[in-house]
Write a protein that binds this ligand. Structure first.
Ligand SMILES: CC(C)(COP(=O)(O)OP(=O)(O)OC[C@H]1O[C@@H](n2cnc3c(N)ncnc32)[C@H](O)[C@@H]1OP(=O)(O)O)[C@@H](O)C(=O)NCCC(=O)NCCS
Length: 140
């Protein structure tokens, strides 16, 4: 059973799912030739939104990125897999934990995956006018 806080936020321990997979390309590098952190943030945002849209049953917007950590560098050619998990659902918001793992395509241990970043993202369900929308409906 999920735990419910006094503000109605429901804590989940949902399944961790692969929600996005992409190969880091030369166009994703910064001036030093390393993969740009902003590129990875974008992939993580997309990955988390997959579960947020599903939970909210519709349009969402990212309202906050919490505790983003860059743990290890990504190289050109690495296969980046993002695993996402819904951690809580509020009145209009969904919190998703995303872990990005890299498989080093230029390594003999290609099957190994290394945690390279993680973050908690907050998405808000939106109505047609772009205003926050109750996720599970409510009579007003
Ligand atoms: C999303 C948006 C409509 C929310 O408007 P708002 O006036 O902040 O709405 P509210 O204050 O009612 O908050 C809505 C929910 O978001 C949560 N929230 C808002 N700001 C937050 C923050 N900084 N951190 C965590 N949660 C936050 C609130 O707690 C609330 O959750 P709940 O209903 O589950 O309790 C508005 O902030 C917006 O349009 N932001 C831009 C979104 C965007 O363009 N994202 C892409 C960036 S490129």
């Amino acid at each position: 059973m999920p735990d419910t806080d006094s503000d109605g936020t429901v804590a989940f321990n949902g399944p961790r799912e692969l929600t996005y997979r992409v190969v880091a390309m030369p166009a994703d590098t910064n001036a030093a030739g390393d993969i740009f952190g902003g590129w990875l943030m974008s992939q993580i945002d997309i990955a988390g939104s997959v579960l947020a849209v599903r939970e909210a049953r519709g349009r969402v917007a990212t309202v906050a990125v919490k505790e983003l950590r860059f743990i290890a560098p990504i190289k050109v050619g690495d296969l980046v897999s993002c695993y996402s998990q819904v951690v809580s659902v509020g009145r209009t918001s969904v919190r998703v934990h995303v872990e990005a793992e890299a498989s080093r395509q230029r390594s003999p241990h290609i099957e190994d995956q290394e945690l390279v970043a993680d973050a908690i993202l907050v998405y808000v369900a939106l109505d047609e006018s772009g205003r926050p929308r109750p996720i599970h409906g409510e009579s007003q």
